[in-house]
Design a protein around this ligand. Structure first.
Ligand code: MIC
Ligand code: SF4
Length: 645
């Protein structure tokens, strides 16, 4: 029986377990990446493990998220990360060099290699045939130390692409179509593998847009084959030598199949407030808009920017619209400057931002109240833009630019003929903003620079014999990590200070939650399905840990968040009967008797006694041998320290 591309790469990296779908496997990690909003914590964790030099083939630390410096905190974090990188063997991409996923694709990604990153959009690397997975900071720290990365051996979904995109229809529309069909939880436990004739019609940046936003499916990752087009891209990046041809076997067997005829797609948008709330631009109609933001790791490549410049040429941004553009990397920005496209954008009235995440993570450019904002980004969760009642639509750069000019939602196909946009034969290569690490012999002389906002990892303790705790919060379905641990310009500077950031935990849902949880001492959170979707931020587990959360009981979890809870030593529980969710209220007193003993003995079905209501609820705590030991130890850091003794 033939293998899928996913299986081939996973098999070649397997170090623990067996390739049985649904079972836990450990894979060797070739490359890691971090960004600054998750990086400080990841490097504190790496330091705590006491490994002197990273043991990966390549580890890169990027600064791209917390680039608004309206206080010393972010700048201190950047300095800390720079010094840790230098000492421990990590390449350091300085602020201004670009968004981690865009730069990694350009300068470091290698077909067939494994990459984990402390950012959920790490699957961007799947655009050149990598198995690239988003993970919590602790998992990345362990991988940097040479440890395996553990995932559930995934199911593989074949997405067969047929035909060719029509003019002005974009890669973004392909992933929006997949989201429309599969939903934000349809990818959990799966890798999405693209194949078919249509693949050849898509450039690497287009493929990367698709794999990037595959994160919104909840998928483990997404991947394209590595072919002649991948080779051309790597050649243009002067990295042809790292190319290898990779594809699935012709007789590979997939768990699910989906076919998309590219020629039938039309411009689409994900409407507020979920990436799977997809409608066609025609269906939405010519509604008036207030803001357009172009950029983010999904749509900030040179190709995207050239299309935008073409649409803006000789025109002016509509008087009622603010247009912001953040090219994805220094390479992109510099090439736009050299070929005149930047000048076209400036002429049209675009507000040019630095090459960073910027508005995508609420670092500036929040829309006006109730403002309708069209963004080429990947997430439109409520409040993420910084404006609570902002109405965010996710669109392609083509729809964004056409609408910025018209002042209303616009179908770019109305612009007339589309010229052919070609990738350059050679990109402008200048890695002067990537600082290599110090030589091993010199590492002792590198001083680690810590700022006063950098506080240690919160205290953990081994799992208690029994848990007797109240429900401090009950929430509904599809709770995102942006609900649990909001980001934005005010809160992001606290990423390296868990006591301070925990004061903002869940405040989008209930502003009294942090105080209540702290007062209760220990407590339990109850939630619906797809709990913890979205980002990889482990702060969404570390802040609850600090606030005394012992267990989270939900209908189902998103993958990375569940792993982060386990890594923080918090019990992840799911209802056996989802209807039991309705029987629990906030404030109820729940008891898990002899839970430690049960977990030690591998019991996965546990009983929760609701002392307030007087009923028993069956819950599942499905743990592998390794995750069981992590929970018993009080989290991954304690487990790793113990196993290194
Ligand atoms: C995001 O897009 O939500 C982020 C900000 O990039 C996060 C990481 C973080 O919260 O630092 C992600 O996607 O993992
Ligand atoms: Fe940055 Fe936005 Fe991409 Fe997250 S999704 S890495 S915030 S650009």
């Amino acid at each position: 029986m033939g293998l899928t591309l996913t299986e081939k790469i996973l098999k070649a990296h397997l170090v623990d377990g067996e390739m049985v779908k649904g079972q836990e496997i450990g894979i060797r990690i070739d490359q890691t990446l971090t960004q600054d909003a998750t990086g400080t914590m990841a490097y504190l964790e790496f330091e705590a493990m006491g490994v002197p030099r990273v043991r990966t083939e390549r580890s890169v630390a990027y600064i791209d998220h917390n680039t608004l410096q309206n206080g010393f905190e972010n700048a201190d974090d950047h300095r800390f990360i720079g010094s840790v990188a230098k000492k421990h063997g990590i390449y350091f991409s300085r602020p201004g060099n670009g968004i981690c996923h865009q730069v990694h694709l350009e300068r470091f990604g290698i077909p067939g290699k494994t990459l984990i990153g402390s950012d959920s959009h790490t699957p961007t690397g799947g655009g050149i045939g990598m198995i690239a997975i988003g993970a919590g900071g602790l998992d990345v720290a362990v991988a940097m130390g040479g440890g395996a990365y553990y995932i559930t051996c995934p199911k593989v979904v074949k997405v067969e692409l047929k035909g060719k995109l029509s003019p002005w229809v974009a890669a973004k529309d392909v992933i929006l179509e997949v989201l429309k069909r599969m939903s934000v939880k349809g990818g959990v436990g799966k890798v999405i593998e693209y194949c078919g004739e249509g693949v050849k019609t898509l450039s690497v940046p287009e493929r990367a847009t698709i794999t990037n936003m595959g994160a919104e499916l909840g998928a483990t990752t997404s991947i394209f084959p590595s072919d002649e087009i991948t080779k051309e891209f790597l050649k243009a990046q002067k990295r042809e030598e790292v190319w290898t041809e990779l594809s699935a076997d012709p007789d590979a067997v997939y768990d699910e199949e989906l076919t998309i005829d590219l020629s039938t797609l039309e411009p689409m948008a994900a409407c507020p407030h979920s990436p799977d709330n997809v409608k066609s631009v025609k269906e939405i109609g010519r509604i008036k808009i207030d803001q357009v933001c172009i950029g983010s790791c999904t749509n900030s490549s040179l190709m995207d920017m050239l299309k935008v410049a073409h649409i803006l040429k000789g025109r002016t941004v509509h008087p009622d619209v603010s247009l912001a553009i953040a090219p994805g990397s220094k390479q992109v920005l510099n090439m736009l400057a050299e070929n005149g496209a930047l000048s076209i954008m400036i002429d049209a009235g675009a507000r040019i931002l630095e090459s960073a995440c910027g508005p995508c993570i609420g670092m500036g450019q929040s829309p006006n109240s109730k403002g309708i904002s069209l963004r080429t980004f990947n997430r439109n969760f409520e409040g993420r833009s910084g404006t609570k009642d902002g109405q965010i639509y996710l669109v392609s750069p083509e729809v964004a630019a056409a609408s910025a000019i018209a002042g209303v939602f616009s179908d770019p196909r109305d612009l007339g003929d589309m010229p052919e946009f070609k990738l350059p034969e050679v990109f402008k290569i200048n890695d002067n903003m990537i600082v290599p690490p110090a030589a091993e012999a010199d590492m002792d002389s590198v001083e680690i620079l810590r700022g006063p906002n950098i506080k240690p990892f919160p205290e953990t303790s081994p799992l208690d014999d029994s848990i007797d705790a109240g429900v401090s919060l009950k929430v509904g379905d599809n709770i995102t990590t942006d609900h649990i641990m909001p980001a934005g310009a005010k809160i992001l500077p606290l990423r390296s200070n868990i006591p301070a950031i925990s004061q903002h935990c869940f405040t989008i849902c209930d502003e009294h939650f942090p105080a209540r949880a702290k007062e209760m001492g220990k407590s339990i959170i109850v939630g619906g399905s797809n709990y913890g979707q979205g980002s990889s931020r482990e702060h969404a587990a570390l802040a609850p840990l600090y606030l005394g959360i012992k267990a989270v009981l939900v209908k189902s979890f998103a993958r990375i968040h569940r792993a982060n809870l386990i890594n923080a030593g918090i019990l992840p529980l799911t209802f056996v009967n989802e209807a039991d969710y309705d029987t629990i209220d906030q404030g109820d007193e729940l008891v898990l008797e002899n839970v430690r003993n049960d977990i030690e003995n591998g019991v996965s079905e546990l009983t929760v006694k609701n002392k307030t209501k007087g009923n028993d609820i069956k819950v599942l705590c499905e743990l592998s041998g390794r995750t069981r030991d992590i929970i018993l130890a009080g989290g991954l850091l304690d487990y790793t320290r113990e196993s290194m003794k």
